[in-house]
Ligand binder design. Sequence first.
Ligand code: CTP
Ligand code: CA
Length: 229
Amino acid sequence: LARGTAAPDLAGRHVVISAGGTREPLDPVRFLGNRSSGKQGYALARTAAARGARVTLIAANTALPDPAGVDVVRVGTAVQLREAVLKSATDADAVVMAAAVADFRPAAYASGKIKKQDGQEPAPVVLVRNPDVLAEISADRPREGQVVVGFAAETDDVLANGRAKLRRKGCDLLVVNEVGEQKTFGSEENEAVILASDGGETAVPYGPKEALADVIWDQVTSRLTQRRA
Ligand code: CTP
Ligand code: CA
């Protein structure tokens, strides 16, 4: 579909997309974070809006302009992201977890800036697990028939890891891409394989993140029409 002439095949649908990367604070000035730019999630939001959807974009620490006609909810941490996604997903037809959610957060938050102590080695940073939003939503869908999509960035054994992750998470679709120092993070383009829980496998060649987004929406709409014609 050419940009601007998209068929309104998501009209009447509400889609929730998480984008960006969570930051887990250590103290008022420091955090544990990741390199997700949010561009793929924003491309998903723009293309869904162009196809007629009502779009809620849960944006974690992104520095991108708000897409026109999209409800943007800003969050910082994984716990905040979970709350925002669960709240907006209650009436959503599809939830797409494009955000890079930190697996761990510091067990303790220092309300004052952590200072060096003369002659002392630093204390180790103790981490605890964050909630797994994708697994939670997949196991207990906030709305019946909802289509749930995850993303996975892998560095090794990309497809084997992707298939195992799809089963573990319990989502309908998992968009798997290979990452490395020069690949994907912050770039305008992406290539991926979309793995489906029904065994389907769709390779999307290297190209704009909008093109990958449109293939994802094609797969989501076909599942929505099967479930609720
Ligand atoms: N995800 C999530 N909550 C988490 C971690 C990840 O919802 N706490 C979602 C991501 O948004 C993504 C998918 O799960 O859509 C896969 O993330 P990934 O980090 O690849 O999966 P993990 O199960 O955390 O596996 P790994 O140990 O490889 O990081
Ligand atoms: Ca992870």
